[in-house]
Design a protein around this ligand. Structure first.
Ligand SMILES: NC(=O)c1ccc[n+]([C@@H]2O[C@H](COP(=O)([O-])OP(=O)(O)OC[C@H]3O[C@@H](n4cnc5c(N)ncnc54)[C@H](O)[C@@H]3O)[C@@H](O)[C@H]2O)c1
Length: 427
């Protein structure tokens, strides 16, 4: 039954009855009431704003970064020294990381000047990053402790060193962790990337940039092998989405400011000094401890497979990308002409099922794994990766040479050696 609108009719009727004086008083009275209620509502909104938690875009907490001072500047400049004028001067971000430490060593070894930058966050055991830092320090590479979002630090660095190239590897890696700490991906992979591009765009001369994208941009694609020409608009994780966003941001900085930018889509990199959050690493740890491991399978019991790529092959690809990078064309933040923009797959072109990975580990560790076979949870992982590397072969002469069996043997050798001398770190 419709409800008669009595309130509205009554109000209308009463208003017609009022004298001007009564009406003015009534009017003032309701204005006061209106102001009173507006104040209450405003106070409530202010209270809500101050009480609601602000979005946390912070990465895993880095220790307090310290930089600056004459001694610090000298260390940076020493680290940037090249053995000849034809060598590169490279800022390597994420230098205390897995790929960053290998690429820094490879560059330093051939005479390039290398300055590292890393915030040593605790996404995984920071003592492993410190051990890599020691290794680099022995080779003459200084790693600055700082965040890529620190614009003042980046500007200072470009003030005191004329970097010819930036190898940008700092990022929040890992697919599954994005469900736990999405803000850290926005902080490092989006805001951090923009911060690096901003510093490079304003530098004079502008450096050429090579940066790590990821095979994860292929997301839910089923056409294999994955080619750079394939669409990348169905990411399966926030990690993948931030890398895809990075590729679009790279396009913008290339287009507006003339930055020479090369993106590298790495395919499951493994090897000595690797990342403890990756399956081959924690499988090794758990198998040795007699703990059971979870092996995931795709829909219809399809085995999960990865195009595992050995770290030395990846490092060679990174160096080749730096060597073939065209110069940036901008100056003082203004573009002077078209600049190079490239994206390459760096994979191994030979996907291996995870079950095979486990059997290679079992054989080399001489321990039988306790396996739980489970359906793959929807946590951002994809079932299959396989790289088409013909473009990198043509342009970078990229040619991976290490098969999974050989690479894992080298990893296990390093793992046993590292953790036997550092037992505390394996717990
Ligand atoms: N390892 C792989 O299989 C793989 C695959 C595809 C793409 N990638 C990409 O390659 C790059 C290197 O990966 P990795 O395996 O060496 O990872 P990693 O985590 O070992 O190295 C990344 C390093 O960056 C540092 N870092 C993170 N955020 C930072 C910030 N805001 N400021 C300064 N430093 C910061 C970390 O402390 C870490 O040492 C990353 O961009 C990653 O996304 C890696």
């Amino acid at each position: 039954m419709p409800i008669p609108n009595l309130g509205a009719t009554q109000t209308k009727f009463k208003m017609a009855d009022k004298t001007p004086y009564v009406y003015r008083r009534w009017h003032n009275h309701s204005a006061l009431k209106l102001i009173f209620w507006a104040c209450i509502v405003a106070a409530f909104i202010i209270l809500l704003i101050f009480r609601s938690p602000s979005p946390d875009f912070s990465s895993e907490k880095p220790p307090t970064a310290t930089w600056g001072g004459l001694k610090w500047e000298n260390r940076v400049q020493m680290s940037a020294l090249t053995t000849s004028s034809r060598h590169l001067t490279v800022l390597v971000t994420g230098a205390a990381g897995f790929v960053g430490s290998h690429v820094s060593l490879a560059l330093k070894k051939r005479g390039d000047g290398v300055v590292g930058l890393d915030n040593f966050n605790n996404y995984y055991d920071p003592s492993l990053k410190r051990a890599r830092q020691k290794l680099l320090s022995k080779a003459g590479v200084f790693i600055i402790e700082g965040d890529i979002n620190d614009a003042a630090l980046l500007n200072k660095l470009f003030d005191i060193v004329q970097f010819t190239h930036v190898m940008h590897l700092a990022a929040q890696a890992g697919v599954r962790y994005a469900m736990k700490n999405p803000g850290s991906y926005v902080h490092s992979n989006i805001a951090g990337l923009v911060s690096i591009f901003e510093a490079c765009k304003s530098a004079n001369p502008q450096p050429a940039i090579v940066w790590a994208s990821s095979s994860s941009v292929y997301g839910l694609n089923s056409k294999v092998p994955f080619s750079e020409k394939d669409p990348t608009d169905r990411p399966a994780s926030l990690y993948a989405a931030t890398k895809k966003a990075g590729e679009e941001i790279a396009h913008t900085y290339n287009h507006i400011y003339g930055l020479s930018i090369t993106g590298l889509r790495f395919f499951t990199v493994y090897g000595p000094w690797g990342r403890p959050d990756m399956a081959y690493f924690f499988f090794t740890k758990d198998i040795l401890k007699g703990k059971s491991i979870n092996i995931f399978e795709g829909p219809d019991h399809r085995s999960v497979a990865r195009d595992f790529t050995y770290i030395d092959d990846i490092a060679k690809g990174c160096v080749a990308a730096l060597d073939t990078a065209g110069k940036s064309t901008g100056s003082g933040g203004k573009k002077k002409g078209p600049a190079q923009l490239r994206v390459f797959n760096l994979g191994n072109t030979s996907p291996v099922p995870v079950s095979k990975l486990v059997s290679i580990l079992e054989k080399n560790l001489k321990v039988k794994a306790k396996k739980n076979v489970l359906p793959m949870p929807r946590n951002g992982d994809v079932v299959f990766t396989h790289a088409n590397i013909s473009y990198a072969q043509k342009e970078l002469h990229y040619k991976p040479t290490t098969d999974l069996e050989t690479g894992l043997k080298r990893f296990i050798h390093w793992y046993k050696d590292y953790y036997s001398g550092n037992r505390k770190k394996s717990s």
